[in-house]
Design a protein around this ligand. Structure first.
Ligand SMILES: [Zn+2]
Length: 498
């Protein structure tokens, strides 16, 4: 028995605990079929963590390349490329999620100009499988590099969905259904490809707007019936003798956490609305990137990613490509953030808003310099020591995840918002993600081989577990992560039958 087909169901923002709960309560019978039926007899659940930051474009890149953020080049929904590597050498702020300072809508360019995919610096599963002669179809997803067919959301649908919300735009349910319908139509016409990725954003959107409490309901009534229709189309398209050649995975990029949906807790850089963080840079005499098109001509850039924000700093006498000086360019700004947090000095709005101020010295250690923590008294300590002294329930596997983030496109500072009191770096929302908290960091990852015999499944699930455990052990004993989806899939595909 060999695997010839992969069905990848990607449900943006689905918390790992919600998926498990829905499965155990029998609320998602169609998704359960992908794992071998109601008791998931051919399914394996892996407790995978999102990337740091736990945001879509960063974590999705890890899911589909198997690489950590430091290697795949996309350290957030928002980030600043100070080298202009993918922009003719001109520094560029990316905001795939419709950012605070946006002039051109990057969220649309993701699908019209492959904007996000062009920044990827690691090969996708489709590029890898292309070398085996496999054909891939990608529906709704931002990274389709190497796939033969990319079924994109229509730009009109996307704009209605991301901007319109429910009232005058398109509902999450309509959006997800439109992606599913495109996928099913494609299968009916062209058969089942070797890899089929189906990506649904509706659940994440609903969680932002209404809080993650809606997840169980949306998963069971909004998504599960769609998966049932997809499954029927797949069974129709696959000859009976080939049904046991299909391996499935159901997964997400991150979870969601409830926050306080008011102005005080929603921290924005942000032109032209709120300038909470802008005041801090003003007070230090730094020109922060806060209006569209300003990218290279400023001293500081903030990239907001929900529970986390990158702060990029420039030596005012040099270009962005030069390394900033730690003592004069980086440390004073880091200290100012703690002061603002403690006393409201520099920026009254930041009082009480921060959980951590992390920093790194690229002048000494280069562009992949690891992060350390500044403690409010001014001392610099290791991440291990900083997180060991914090309440353990606030973050999960923080050191490994931050070490796997630090790369050329990450900030000189990393700010982590105070989730314990409901703060976040974004416009006003009920639910967010991006931080290191278990609620927004625990993703869904399930492998299923619905038509495998018991013995083959036993062997495959052991193979998947062992491959992931071996990689985690090799990488400093970290916990399983979204970067392990490929580790698991590849180990099952390469399994040789005894
Ligand atoms: Zn997401």
């Amino acid at each position: 028995m060999e695997i010839q087909h992969l069905l990848l169901i990607d449900i943006d923002g689905l918390r790992g605990d919600i998926f498990r709960q829905a499965l155990e309560a029998g609320k998602i019978p169609n998704l359960a079929r992908l794992l071998g039926g109601p008791s998931a007899a051919r399914g394996l659940l892996v407790p995978a963590l999102s990337t740091a930051p736990s945001v879509t474009f960063c974590a999705q890149a890890s899911l589909f390349t198997g690489a950590h953020p430091k290697a795949h080049g996309i350290p957030g929904n928002q980030f600043f490329d100070r080298f202009g590597k993918h922009n003719h050498g001109i520094p560029r702020h990316y905001a795939f999620d419709v950012g605070d300072t946006l002039a051109v809508d990057d969220a649309v360019l993701v699908f019209t100009n492959r904007l996000a995919a062009n920044c990827l610096e690691a090969p996708t599963i489709y590029e890898i499988a292309d070398a085996w002669g496999w054909r891939s179809v990608v529906a709704g997803h931002m990274y389709a590099k190497g796939a033969e067919t990319w079924l994109r959301p229509s730009v009109v649908d996307l704009a209605r969905f991301t901007k319109g919300g429910d009232l005058f735009g398109m509902s999450s349910q309509e959006y997800d259904r439109s992606i599913l319908e495109k996928t099913i139509a494609h299968i009916k016409k062209h058969g089942l490809p070797n890899i089929l990725t189906c990506y649904m954003m509706g659940l994440d959107h609903e969680s932002h707007v209404h809080s993650p409490n809606i997840q169980l309901e949306y998963l069971s009534t909004g998504i599960d019936p769609l998966v049932g229709k997809l499954w029927a189309a797949i069974e129709n398209a696959l000859p009976t003798e080939d049904q046991d050649k299909l391996l499935c995975a159901v997964f997400s990029d991150h979870g969601q956490i409830s926050v306080v949906p008011d102005d005080r807790h929603s921290l924005r850089l942000a032109f032209p609305f709120e300038r909470e963080m802008g005041h801090l840079f003003d007070a230090l005499g730094l020109d922060v990137h806060d209006y569209p098109g300003e990218d290279p001509d400023c001293d500081a850039v903030v990239a907001s990613n929900g529970g986390m924000a990158h702060v990029y700093l420039r030596n005012p006498k040099e270009s962005w490509q030069e390394r900033p000086d730690f003592e004069t360019d980086v440390l004073p700004v880091a200290k100012a953030f703690w002061q603002a947090h403690q006393s409201g000095e520099y920026a009254a709005e930041l009082q009480g808003a921060l959980n951590s101020v992390l920093l790194r010295d690229v002048k000494t250690h280069g562009w992949t310099a690891p992060y350390q923590a500044l403690i409010p008294s001014g001392e610099i300590v290791s991440l291990e020591s900083w997180f060991a002294n914090q309440p353990a329930e606030l973050s999960i596997d923080p050191v490994a995840r931050l070490d796997n983030l630090a790369g050329p496109y990450t900030g000189d500072l990393l700010l982590i918002s105070n989730y314990a009191e409901g703060f976040y770096f974004s416009g006003l929302l009920e639910g967010v993600h991006g931080g290191l908290h278990p609620a927004d960091s625990c993703a869904t990852m399930a492998f299923g081989w619905p038509h495998a015999c018991a013995e083959t499944w036993q062997q495959a699930s052991n193979q998947i577990k062992n491959a992931i455990a071996a990689r985690c052990a090799q990488e400093n004993g970290r916990q399983p992560s979204v970067a392990d989806l490929l580790t698991g899939l590849m180990s099952a595909i390469s399994m040789v039958e005894k």
